[in-house]
Design a protein. Structure first.
Length: 150
C-alpha cells in the first residue's frame, strides 16, 4: 500500500484538490486498492472546515468527485505513517519539515518536483485562480503516478 499525504497551508484548497484528483486518477486506473490518500494543513487556521467552494466548484466542473474532508493539521505521526508527504510550495515543505522534526527518510516532496519543475502550485486562496491550480495539480499527480511507474 502506497500512503500519500498531500499538504498545503490550510487544507481547504490545494491539498484537498490534490487528494480528490489523485483518488480519481487511481480509481480510473483500477488501482485504488494500492493507495491510501489523505491531505492535511501546516497551519491550524482552517481546522474542521470543509474544502473551499472554489475547489468544490472546479472539481465538480471537471467531473471529479470531491473526497469528503475536514481540514486537519499534519502531525509528526503522519511522517511516520505516510510514504510520501507532498507539499504544494516551498513554505509548505519548510513547515512540513518543522512539524516532522526534519526529513531523515526523504519522504517530503513538492508536488511539481515529480513533473521536473521547481515551481510552486499557486494558492488560489490568494490568486482566486482555481483553473491554474487545478491544471498544476493534475500535472503533478499524473507525473507522480509515472514516477511510481503506475
Amino acid at each position: 500500500m502506497i500512503k500519500i499525504l498531500f499538504v498545503c497551508h490550510g487544507n481547504i484548497c490545494r491539498s484537498t484538490m490534490a487528494e480528490s484528483v489523485m483518488t480519481h486518477l487511481v480509481r480510473e486506473r483500477h488501482i485504488e486498492d494500492q493507495f491510501h490518500i489523505d491531505s492535511a494543513a501546516t497551519s491550524r487556521e482552517e481546522i474542521g472546515n470543509p474544502p473551499h467552494y472554489g475547489t468544490v466548484h472546479k472539481l465538480r466542473q471537471e467531473g471529479i468527485p470531491l473526497i469528503p474532508h475536514r481540514a486537519r493539521q499534519m502531525t509528526k505521526q503522519d511522517y511516520k505513517e505516510f510514504d510520501y508527504l507532498i507539499g504544494m510550495d516551498d513554505a509548505n515543505v519548510r513547515n512540513m519539515e518543522r512539524i516532522a522534526g526534519g526529513d531523515p527518510e526523504h519522504k517530503i516532496y513538492k508536488l511539481l518536483e515529480f513533473a521536473g519543475s521547481g515551481r510552486a502550485i499557486a494558492d488560489p486562496w490568494y490568486t482566486g485562480n482555481f483553473e491554474v491550480t487545478y491544471d498544476d495539480v493534475v500535472e503533478g499527480c499524473e507525473a507522480f503516478l509515472k514516477y511510481l511507474k503506475l
